[in-house]
Design a protein around this ligand. Sequence first.
Ligand SMILES: NC(=O)c1ccc[n+]([C@@H]2O[C@H](COP(=O)([O-])OP(=O)(O)OC[C@H]3O[C@@H](n4cnc5c(N)ncnc54)[C@H](O)[C@@H]3O)[C@@H](O)[C@H]2O)c1
Length: 336
Amino acid sequence: MTTPSPVRVGLVGAGRIGSSHAEVIARRVPGADLVAVADPRPGVAEALGASLGARGVTDIGEIFAASDIDAVVIAASSGAHCELVVAAAQAGKAVFCEKPMSLTLADADRAVAAAETAGVPLQVGFNRRFAPDFQAAHRAIVAGSVGTPQLMRSLTRDPGLADPAGVPPWTVFTQTLIHDFDTLLWLNPGANAVEVYATADALVAPEFKDSGLLDTAVVVITFDNGARAVAEASFSATYGYDVRAEVFGSGGMVTAGTTARTAMTLHDATGRHVETARGDVDLFLDAYTGEFVEFAAAVSEGRAPSVTGGDARRALSIALSCIESVTTNAPAKVAP
Ligand SMILES: NC(=O)c1ccc[n+]([C@@H]2O[C@H](COP(=O)([O-])OP(=O)(O)OC[C@H]3O[C@@H](n4cnc5c(N)ncnc54)[C@H](O)[C@@H]3O)[C@@H](O)[C@H]2O)c1
């Protein structure tokens, strides 16, 4: 595939993260041009596009049919991802898809196969891989600085739960902890998850538990190299957005992630204060930028991106095993 440089991008899904991604691509990624934005909600894409010098459309098909678009960034609601990946690939566009790429392993296979058949790059939005501290931790592990991983942890604490009724079932595993599952796989290079034991509850909004809400979860993961990991999530941290990881091995320990928004610490009469990040876009702006710099580079260079549809499938497999574990209240094997 030959593509002109910069890569001409059409973004699908102009909601909360799509709006941020559009702005990041338009303003912070020199290798990409935001050409168009699409969203089925009337007026939404037009308004976002107009603010960024891109056209806005309500007909998603226009993005796939457009001859001035090389690559599609999918930031639509999760349930739409797989069909959008397949449609974009079949239209010959390079594809970036937000997590989760699909909600079943069969759909993950379909999405990966569509990209392979079309010969287009497929990247998935595991943005933590582009956060400088997580990258440094990964480099240290790959260099052998912590030896063989033995104990690992990864956590996500979201800053709040605005609409408990609007949270689809099993979101804590398929949409939140899926980031942690990818991080743990990435920080334990070459290892596969073989078993999970997951426990979850609605502690933030217990009145929604009967309608399927789970807002608090802990997962123990066993890997085939013997490492044990704990992944945990909460939908409501009063102090902001909190994402951290730790890998303890035979030769040392590495940590990544901080709640501090900046390196500034205020000391005053009431004590010592650090400003905390209030949300994902706040904490991970550089990581979101990095993932689109990588996507644009992969498309321009005609190579596979560093985070693939196969990575999305591996993380999803852990999430699906967690659902089985909670349902059966027992450990569950992770499908390869
Ligand atoms: N990587 C991250 O850190 C991160 C952060 C937030 C959200 N996400 C993911 O991004 C996706 C969007 O999340 P959000 O918080 O922006 O949701 P949102 O509800 O704010 O926005 C979703 C948008 O998609 C549009 N949409 C729905 N169906 C569509 C379709 N078939 N085609 C095109 N557009 C469609 C909706 O109109 C809406 O504007 C989710 O899959 C979520 O898991 C990832």
